[in-house]
Design a protein around this ligand. Structure first.
Ligand code: MC0
Length: 139
């Protein structure tokens, strides 16, 4: 069961330039930045001041062979993923596998701020790369 929309992920070429652009254009504030070597990204979570709702996640590639570099080459900058917050990512993955959807990883991997994440293949989710996020606080 999905608890909330956690974030919308946007692929960008230059993280610092994008953080500045979102601040000066829309007034969104970066609340967290992080490098995730395994995922090949530098990322930032942005929110409207005072809003605890869904975040905008900016994703910039660390390496040419990363998922974000490939996305940028194919599609250019833009929305790369939609992330749903779940209470138990293992149970959510099992439920989706039982419905015939392909999960990208056999076991959840580490996401933002120590969360546990997995992804539904975009071809099994209406053309959308869906991320499932179990926040770290649950563990
Ligand atoms: C590829 N496709 C997409 C897509 N990426 N469709 C929608 N949204 C996307 N982001 C489409 C392609 O256009 C293609 O369609 C088909 O999927 C298969 O493409 P492929 O060439 O076989 O696959 P790749 O090599 O492009 O890989 C796609 C895949 C990859 C989703 C498997 O990006 C991946 O492993 N993603 C999961 C990890 C990730 O995204 N990490 C970065 C965020 P056609 O019709 O041409 O066949 S890290 C993160 O998010 C963490 C930090 C967090 O939030 O906690």
């Amino acid at each position: 069961t999905v608890l909330a929309i956690d974030h919308v992920g946007i692929a960008v070429a230059d993280l610092d330039a994008a953080i500045e652009w979102y601040a000066s254009t829309f007034g969104l504030v970066a609340t967290h930045t992080e490098t995730n070597e395994e995922q090949g990204v530098r990322e930032a979570m942005l929110s409207a001041p005072g809003d605890a709702g869904a975040a905008v996640q900016l994703l910039a590639p660390l390496r040419e062979d990363s998922a974000i570099a490939k996305f940028l080459h194919r599609s250019g900058p833009g929305i790369q993923q939609l992330a749903y917050r779940v209470a138990d990512v293992d149970a959510s993955c099992e439920a989706l596998r039982a419905k015939g959807l392909r999960l990208l990883y056999d076991e959840p991997r580490r996401g933002t701020a120590g969360s546990r994440i997995n992804f539904v293949h975009p071809k099994d989710a209406g053309g959308v790369l869906v991320e499932l996020v179990e926040p770290a606080a649950n563990h």
